[in-house]
Every structure is written in C-alpha cells, then in structure tokens.
Write a protein that binds this ligand. Structure first.
Ligand code: C2E
Ligand code: MG
Ligand code: MG
Ligand code: MG
Length: 273
C-alpha cells in the first residue's frame, strides 16, 4: 500500500505524499468541479439602519452546495481556493451571481440599495479583479454605488498597488469597505489616506466581552468620524448590542438579531421598511 501510494505521488500538486496532500488534492479537484457545476452559491445577509429599520444593503457570502455534504460554510473551502488560485474563477462566478440576483431584485421592484462582495487579499492584487468587477457592472448595468467590495486590512500592507486599484474602483462607482476592522494590522495613516467608504467593526468587538472591546468600538467610531467613513457593525445578536452601538453613533448593522444569511429566493420574501 505504501509503495502504491508513493508511485502515485507524482500526480500530486503538492510535492510530499502525506495523507494531508492526498486530501488536499482531492479537495482541489472537487472544488474545481464545484465551480464548473456552479455548486458555489451566494447567500445574502441583510444590513439595516438600526435606528430607522430601513434596509441598508446585503452582504454576499459564499456557500458550497455540496451534492453529498450539504451546505458547506466558506471557512471550509475559501482558504483552499486562495492557496490554489481557484479563488479567481470562484470570485468571477460569485460576482456574476450577485449581479444576476441584483437585476432580478430590481425587476421585482425591490429596493436594494447595495450589495457587497468579499474579496480575498491576495486576489485583490491581481489586475483581473478590477477588470472583472467593472465588466460585470457594465454588462448588468448595475447603478453607481450599488456594488461594494469588502477587503481586509492585510491589503493595506501593499499599499502602493492597492491604492490605484481602490481609486479605479471608486471612480467607477464601486464602494470600498474594510472588513473585520481592528483584528489585523492597521495604520491610522492608511485609513486616512486610502479611498475607503466603510469600515466594518468586527463581530468580536460587537460581542463586548470586556471593557477593551468597548474601548475598541469607541475608537473605531471616533476614527470613522475623523476620516469621514461610515461604520457598519457585524455580528449584531442582541437588542442590547444595538442600543449600545446606537448610543455610540454607529447606525448600520447586520447580524443574527435580524437575519442569518439567506438564499436569494428568500430575499424576495423579505419584509423590510
Ligand atoms: P466576514 O466577511 O467577516 O462575514 C461575516 C461572517 O459572520 C459570516 O460568516 C456571517 O454569516 C457571520 N455572521 C453574521 N452575523 C452573525 C452573528 O450575529 N453571529 C454570528 N455568530 N455570526 C454572524 P460566513 O458566511 O461563514 O463567512 C465567513 C468568512 O468567510 C467571511 O467573514 C469572509 O471572510 C469569508 N467569505 C465568505 N464569503 C466569501 C466570498 O465570497 N469570498 C471571499 N474571499 N471570502 C468569503
Ligand atoms: Mg465580509
Ligand atoms: Mg466581516
Ligand atoms: Mg468578521
């Protein structure tokens, strides 16, 4: 058995022949097939103005509708997609799906102000991403300010390249949001100088385990005021959290208190106002 395995090892993408790489190789093949068969689908989590209850927009979140395993969450396939480069065709598929869904919401006269798409840091640095986004916006005639991308702070590490791409997107009417803010390496300078529209307060702070989380929320909100970006809270689960955020001046939020991410069919049935 050991020998057979060794002989096969040249088929493997990874250069060692441990169980791990066998697993990864199969997963990679499967993921490749999943993209081709459109098993990667988009769920949407609504975002609200917590003061008025108005719909602010949706965050698009990837799911793998696996024929055997059921609905697989993104943390179980996004890292592999990033490592193998499959994140590129996968994101193309997601962008396309989001635009199609947006158009069908429009047709049914739903007023959806915006929809935001998560973009992996290493993918962001590829020129093709900006091109893909602009092409999709054009093809589906998505109005200005309706599309948003969410990127994490790690992008700012490579600021010189990032700034050009961000500017290009923004000039084309696509908004920029910094995701999971406060969990990575941030520089105040970057927040001030980068063309950014929103910063998202990470769920770990919204949970408010201790005083330092509250300090962090305060800090992020103050920072947003100084740099005229808008804050969005993620992972809002209780009325108490909502009241706290509102008292601090954060008005937009998303979380299980309102809705979990839902398939596009359910978005049509959403009663908001
Ligand atoms: P994220 O962008 O920070 O998304 C927020 C995550 O928090 C989502 O998990 C969402 O379902 C979850 N969440 C929202 N509200 C609550 C709440 O009240 N309580 C709790 N416990 N969780 C809440 P999800 O969908 O599993 O996504 C996890 C991460 O995977 C995302 O974090 C994002 O980094 C990544 N991801 C998801 N879709 C994509 C995608 O299309 N492309 C890329 N590159 N990454 C994606
Ligand atoms: Mg996000
Ligand atoms: Mg987030
Ligand atoms: Mg987060």
């Amino acid at each position: 058995l050991k020998k057979a395995k060794k002989e096969q090892s040249h088929y493997f993408f990874y250069d060692d022949s441990s169980e791990d790489s066998l697993y990864t190789y199969e997963m990679e093949n499967e993921l490749h097939r999943a993209i081709k068969n459109k098993e990667i689908v988009v769920y949407y989590q609504p975002q609200f103005n917590m003061k008025t209850g108005e719909l602010f927009g949706f965050e698009a979140l990837a799911r793998w509708r696996h024929p055997k395993k059921g609905l697989v969450p993104p943390n179980q396939f996004i890292p592999l997609a990033e490592d193998t480069g499959l994140i590129i065709p996968m994101t193309e598929l997601i962008i396309d799906q989001v635009c199609q869904d947006y158009v069908s919401w429009q047709r049914s006269e739903m007023n959806v102000p915006s929809v935001s798409i998560n973009i992996s840091a290493n993918h962001f640095m590829k020129e093709s991403l900006v091109e893909d986004l602009l092409a999709a916006k054009q093809t589906y005639q998505i109005p200005d300010d309706a599309l948003q991308i969410e990127i994490t702070e790690s992008i700012m590490m490579d600021i010189e390249n990032g700034i050009e791409a961000l500017t290009q997107l923004r000039e084309a009417g696509i908004k920029i949001s910094i995701d999971d803010f406060g969990t990575g390496y941030s520089s105040l300078r970057y927040i001030r100088e980068l063309p950014i529209d929103f910063i998202k307060i990470d769920r770990s702070f919204v949970n408010r385990i201790d005083q330092s989380d509250e300090n962090m929320i305060d800090f992020i909100i103050q920072l947003s005021k100084l740099s005229s970006v808008q804050v969005v809270a993620e992972g809002v689960e209780t009325k108490e959290q909502i009241n706290y955020l509102l008292s601090k001046g954060c008005e937009v939020g998303q979380g299980f208190y309102y809705f979990k991410p839902m398939p596009t069919e359910e978005v049509f049935g959403l009663k908001v106002g």
